[in-house]
Write a protein that binds this ligand. Structure first.
Ligand SMILES: Cc1cc2nc3c(=O)[nH]c(=O)nc-3n(C[C@H](O)[C@H](O)[C@H](O)COP(=O)(O)OP(=O)(O)OC[C@H]3O[C@@H](n4cnc5c(N)ncnc54)[C@H](O)[C@@H]3O)c2cc1C
Length: 344
């Protein structure tokens, strides 16, 4: 079924909980129906945004356009052999429902992504990642509809140009396709990734299996991150910047002048490192601070939150001020990971 609503409130469709509206909200749950709808010209010429759970967006204003929201469901095994299982999942499924299913069925690969908010469709667009695993590591192929003519396309992993929170859907395929299904390839035998973010330490003394890994990750995340539905946020607000080693060394010299501070980093290549933006924001004194209705999460400075009554302008102003402060102190421009949706 395709449902169309006009002047629709998006308050329950963005995890910041901002009460912005869109001119039109279209919900669909069937690929063939959506194809006919498109071929009949129902969305041509319209300003569109493909909306999942709205957990990585900032609605800067009322959206003067059409939000399209997938309710395409289904988790189906489409291939298996002794080693692998390929699971085709509807883009409108909640990613964590699929992960819970995979753990329940003993399939390995998705468990480190447990309770990342959002939909299966967005997992491919965003290349979501946590605890040393990214969606690209388990995505086999993505099925999509071309917005221009309603035709169906299937792209294998290597055509999707995955990067850090990046895919082709954010570059040359931006606004060209609607993701309808993602096929993940999972392993039948254990192949756990435990070396990231203190996971191995948290698992010490426990039996290591898919269930215990999932439970441990859920517990770590629940202790550290704002709970969706209770505290408005969009997760990490900024991307972690990649800088040259000479810039990193210079920052180390400056930051450890009066105390023995170790500037955190992840090695990217021989010449480049990634510095956690949250660490820099914290060094600028922002952790736990507020600005009008918006604030910086007290347990993780990379997360901006809605303290309850924030307007989008409060969050934008706070983000801008933090960017300026980080620039002034470190000479590094931090870029939002969150997608700003405005009418420009
Ligand atoms: C508390 C919290 C913690 C988080 N932790 C993490 C984390 O650990 N790792 C991480 O990577 N992210 C994290 N995020 C960010 C967020 O969960 C992911 O970016 C997620 O993939 C967004 O899914 P969504 O369905 O809400 O997508 P939306 O925010 O609605 O949209 C995101 C993008 O996907 C596109 N899109 C959505 N559906 C489709 C479709 N069917 N077809 C085409 N394009 C589509 C949208 O157009 C948009 O460009 C966190 C967010 C929150 C609130």
């Amino acid at each position: 079924m395709i449902s169309i609503k006009k002047n629709f409130s998006l308050k329950n469709y963005n995890t910041f909980g901002l009460d912005q509206r869109c001119s039109e909200f279209i919900e669909y749950d069937d690929v063939a129906e959506l194809q006919s709808f498109i071929k009949d010209g129902n969305i041509s010429g319209k300003r569109l945004f493909q909306l999942g759970s709205g957990s990585n967006i900032l609605l800067c204003d009322d959206f003067d356009g059409t939000m399209m929201h997938s309710q395409i469901k289904g988790i189906e095994i489409v291939y298996e052999d002794a080693e692998f299982v390929d699971v085709k999942v509807g883009a409108g499924e909640i990613m964590d429902d699929f992960i819970a299913w995979s753990v329940e069925n003993g399939y390995c690969g998705a468990e480190n992504l447990s309770i990342i908010p959002g939909t299966v469709g967005a997992s491919a667009v965003q290349n979501v990642g946590a605890y040393g695993v990214e969606a690209k590591d388990i995505i086999k192929e993505v099925e999509m509809i071309k917005i221009e003519d309603g035709s169906i396309h299937v792209a294998p992993n290597e055509e999707l140009h995955f990067g850090y929170r990046l895919s082709r859907f954010k570059e040359d395929w931006k606004d060209k396709f609607i993701v309808t299904h993602v096929t993940y390839r999972l392993k039948k035998e254990p192949d756990f990734k435990l070396s990231y973010g203190g996971l191995a330490k948290e698992l010490e003394g426990k039996e290591i299996n898919l269930k215990s890994i999932r439970e441990t990750i859920i517990s770590i995340r629940n202790n550290k991150l704002p709970e969706v539905g209770k505290v408005g946020s969009a997760g990490s607000f900024f991307k972690n910047p990649i800088v040259s080693r000479s810039i990193y060394d210079e920052i180390c010299r400056r930051e450890s002048a009066d105390e023995s501070v170790i500037v955190p980093k992840y090695d990217i290549s021989e010449n480049e490192v990634k510095i956690p933006a949250g660490w820099m924001i914290e060094r600028c004194g922002w952790k736990g601070q507020s600005h009008n209705g918006a604030g910086v999460w007290h347990k993780q400075a990379l997360i901006l939150v809605n303290n309850g009554n924030a307007k989008s302008s409060d969050i934008i102003e706070l983000a801008n001020t933090i960017q300026v402060d980080v620039w002034s102190r470190f000479g590094i421009k931090i870029e939002p990971e969150v997608i700003y949706i405005n009418n420009l």
